[in-house]
Design a protein around this ligand. Structure first.
Ligand code: SF4
Ligand code: SF4
Length: 110
């Protein structure tokens, strides 16, 4: 079964994606490309593009609602790893459907 995320991408163009700077590849053991992140506070960063009035993470490739992929999938920060599609594996994540609605995409069933 293919993931609904492969033809969506709405959450990557809706929410601010903030994470601890220890995840940056410039830090020991980190992996998120620093070149794609902006400093937020002394201890946190955010994925570039996710704090705009019309957010879109700079790492998102493709067209929302058609075909997308994360350009740094193996190196994405924790919030992206923890954000699950609504209704997949029984997970209830209304934020997923809120993001989809924002981009005119149909609700995923429970
Ligand atoms: S909004 Fe939901 S379905 Fe769309 S990419 Fe994000 S988790 Fe996947
Ligand atoms: S890093 Fe990847 S999964 Fe995370 S918001 Fe950006 S495009 Fe989406």
């Amino acid at each position: 079964m293919s993931s609904p995320c492969q033809s969506c991408g709405a959450c990557c163009a809706t929410f601010r994606v903030s994470f601890h700077r220890s995840q940056l590849d410039s830090e020991p053991g980190g992996y998120v490309p620093e070149a794609l992140a902006d400093e937020e506070t002394s201890s946190t960063c955010r994925m570039r593009g996710t704090d705009r009035s019309a957010p879109r993470c700079v790492a998102l490739v493709g067209k929302i609602g058609e075909a997308v992929k994360c350009g740094i999938y193996e190196y994405r920060p924790d919030p992206c790893r923890e954000f699950a599609a609504h209704g997949i594996y029984g997970i209830q994540n209304e934020a997923c459907n809120q993001a989809r609605a924002r981009h005119g995409l149909p609700r995923l069933a429970d």
